[in-house]
Design a protein. Structure first.
Length: 133
């Protein structure tokens, strides 16, 4: 984004653990250092930093279509919250599987249950604040 406030928000609020593919993490790694810059790098410069041809083609297509999207501060906040909620959902799925395994082996499930409760509470807070935007 050309809007420095949006770039700063993304820089300060995206946790790379939330990014669920190597491709997305690779792109984010290439642009992360530029998010706080006064001048944003050209899309060509970022594309040229990628070594995989398929990744370069996909990013070029995304960047071509990005001009059609209304990027504003609110949409950046929404995007970050969706990333975190998706990550939490993934963690909840993993913990639920662990819980099933623990219960079937007659182990104490309280620790896993507490983690699930904490993540669900965090998710609910994010959803509540997302709806207040």
């Amino acid at each position: 984004s050309k809007n420095k406030k949006i770039r700063e928000y993304l820089y300060n609020n995206i946790n790379t653990d939330w990014l669920n593919s190597k491709f997305v993490k690779g792109i984010f790694d290439k642009i992360y250092i530029h998010l706080m810059s006064e001048n944003i790098p050209s899309s060509g410069m970022i594309i040229n930093e990628l070594t995989d041809y398929k990744h370069r083609a996909i990013l070029a297509e995304i960047l071509y279509d990005i001009d059609k999207i209304d990027l504003n501060y609110k949409s950046a906040i929404d995007c970050v919250k969706r990333l975190e909620i998706d990550w939490i959902n993934n963690q909840l799925n993993i913990l639920n599987l662990e819980l099933k395994n623990i219960e079937s082996s007659n182990q104490n499930p309280l620790l896993i249950m507490q983690k699930i409760k904490d993540l669900q509470t965090k998710k609910n807070i994010i959803i509540k604040t997302k709806n207040e935007l």
